[in-house]
Design a protein around this ligand. Structure first.
Ligand code: ADP
Length: 582
């Protein structure tokens, strides 16, 4: 009996000791959640910070009013970098420096409440020690940027026997290429002839060169227009599947634009990436090229930054710059065109900040056509993206302003369209189509898909259309009837539109709200026919190649819609080949 009591007492004692230990331990280690509101670019930003045992464990942006297209990568990377370095001494992201600094300030103030100094010597030292980590890599060809041009260069260099490494500064590959609708221009008799389209490489050249106001390098235009078809076949070999639809592009008279099955730039990236995965072409993500290495008057590699580490990549044969354009970099785009202010919508990926142009300039590269920055007239009026593009609406639809009226020949070139949309009340237009022009089941399903995601609206009669557009029904009806007569008579008396193939007469009617969006930077690094970078003295910079939106001279002052994909594929391929064979 006594022994029994004794055992019970010992068990009780053990439980008490355990409880004391647990409570004591949790009292010693404190996990605190702090919140701070600071001023961002467009208003307050509310940040939550979790700190545990003097370590910043989690940073959440609870609320903000920033423009998401501009700050997307800042909201993602600034918190990640503060946590990985436990320091406020981190790089801001060009184009969104105010937002980035605001987040650092908020976290720093939260850290202070927990007794931590985000800018203390300890934090700086940690940062320095980590940053001194170095890694050395040697390959034949290094490609900077994993968009369409970079991956094409990588695949092509690998196909020609080179060992290849691709570095990409963002957390994922694809750049602007994945954001595009994926229209690929080429003269492709197999698809064009059955539709009675008598196109030729010469017509394609003329439309491209004249469309660019004769400011492109004719040799490069000739390569683009004569090799686009071969590029398409190369893509098919890599697994890209093209639809049979042939579409007209903005600014071009002849229909020669093809789409991949999902009408999306990601199809190109997926196939190119698959080749890389299967053929030992490594892609290092979150690895930013910062400066080119020059030795004995030639480029021998690139220095890159990966979190806290410096990676020195030497390239036996060549370096390909494929870092895309600079549309996302507000300061830089305004240096060349000060009308492209921060409040303009932008369809570009956050990584397109012009890094490659700066790196090339630092080693003497010549830049051309930098002042030509293209706005895409028909961006989604809400976010500047391209998701709400109605298939073949350029040929078959009309543009209506907030008064319910047409205001331009809808087949005008991009510049004129953008300018004229911006001149309308509130600077937007509705793209309106009817429903009998889409014959292909797939296109109808695609359009209905856009309706179901809410980016395109379907209305069942003119009354409903006028009410949704918030315009006077009589005005809209008169305007549409007038346009339909122009189609009957093949004469647009109001705006002289040439392409008059479809009347707006068959309900349901679909529409999407459109605004010009910053879309493509036409200028960049000067290259020759081999994609070798040219310096300010007109000479080749040895071992340095460039391809894609980072280059200038392919499109001149204005780009034909659908020409960027053949540009990145054709010149990416050439760059990879020349680097590998160097
Ligand atoms: P293109 O159409 O010419 O291929 P993209 O915009 O599709 O251009 O791709 C360019 C890619 O280059 C983007 O993924 C972008 O994040 C990446 N990039 C830009 N600057 C750097 C850099 N300094 N280091 C590594 N990658 C970069």
């Amino acid at each position: 009996m006594y022994k029994m009591k004794n055992r019970k007492f010992i068990a009780f004692l053990i439980i008490v000791i355990l409880i004391v230990l647990i409570i004591g331990n949790s009292l010693l280690s404190t996990k605190n959640v702090y919140e701070k509101e600071v001023d961002g670019h467009n208003g307050p930003i509310r940040v939550e910070v979790k700190i545990f045992n003097d370590i910043i464990e989690e940073i959440k942006i609870l609320e903000h009013n920033e423009t998401i297209e501009v700050v997307e990568s800042t909201l993602d990377l600034i918190p990640k970098n503060i946590i990985s370095r436990q320091s406020g001494n981190i790089d801001l992201i060009t184009g969104a420096t105010i937002t980035g600094q605001a987040i650092i300030d908020a976290v720093s103030q939260c850290a202070k409440k927990a007794g931590l100094d985000l800018f203390s010597i300890k934090a700086n030292q940690t940062n320095d020690i980590n940053y001194n980590q170095k890694e050395y890599i040697n390959v034949d060809v290094v490609v900077i940027g994993a968009g369409g041009a970079g991956l094409s260069a990588a695949v092509s260099a690998s196909q020609h026997g080179a060992s290849v490494l691709v570095i990409e500064k963002m957390t994922e590959i694809g750049g602007n290429t994945v954001r595009s609708i994926g229209m690929y221009n080429a003269v492709n008799p197999e698809l064009q002839k059955p539709l009675g389209i008598n196109d030729s490489e010469d017509i394609f050249f003329q439309e491209t060169f004249l469309g660019g106001k004769e400011l492109a390098d004719p040799k490069l235009v000739e390569i683009l227009t004569s090799q686009a078809y071969a590029g398409m076949l190369w893509l098919e070999d890599l697994g890209v599947k093209f639809d049979t639809q042939v579409d007209s592009c903005l600014g071009g008279e002849y229909a020669r634009g093809y789409y991949t099955m999902s009408h999306n730039g990601s199809d190109y990236i997926k196939s190119l990436n698959k080749y890389c995965t299967n053929n030992e072409v490594d892609i290092l993500l979150e690895t930013k090229g910062t400066s080119l290495i020059v030795e004995d008057n030639k480029i021998t590699g690139i220095i890159a930054k990966q979190h806290n580490k410096e990676i020195i990549i030497t390239a036996n044969k060549g370096v390909v710059i494929a870092t895309g354009g600079f549309g996302y970099n507000i300061e830089k785009r305004m240096d060349y065109d000060n009308s492209l202010t921060a409040d303009m919508l932008c369809s570009n990926a956050p990584g397109t900040t012009g890094d490659g142009i700066e790196m090339a300039k630092d080693v003497g590269a010549n830049l051309i056509n930098m002042e030509y920055i293209e706005t895409y007239p028909l961006g989604d009026a809400y976010d500047g993206g391209l998701r709400n593009n109605i298939p073949d609406s350029i040929n078959n639809g009309i543009l209506i302003n907030s008064d319910g009226k047409r205001f331009i020949a809808e087949d005008a070139n991009r510049d004129n369209l953008s300018e004229s949309i911006l001149a309308q009340n509130e600077g937007f237009a509705y793209s309106v189509v009817d429903s009998d022009y889409l014959k292909d089941e797939k296109d109808i399903a695609y359009l209905e898909g856009l309706v179901s995601t809410g980016v395109v609206t379907k209305t069942f009669n003119i009354e409903e259309l006028a009410s949704k557009l918030m315009v006077d029904q009589n005005i809209l009806e008169d305007e549409i009837n007038k346009y339909n007569k122009f189609v009957d008579n093949q004469n647009d008396k109001d705006f002289n539109r040439k392409n008059l193939i479809n009347k707006i007469d068959e309900p349901p009617f679909y529409y999407a709200k459109k605004k010009p969006t910053i879309h493509y930077t036409l200028g960049g690094i000067q290259i020759n026919e081999n994609t070798s970078v040219i310096n300010t003295q007109g000479k080749v910079i040895k071992n340095l190649f460039a391809a894609g939106e980072v280059t200038g001279g392919i499109h001149g002052a204005n780009r034909l819609g659908g020409n960027s994909l053949p540009d990145i594929i054709v010149f990416g391929k050439i760059a990879g080949y020349n680097a590998a064979m160097n």
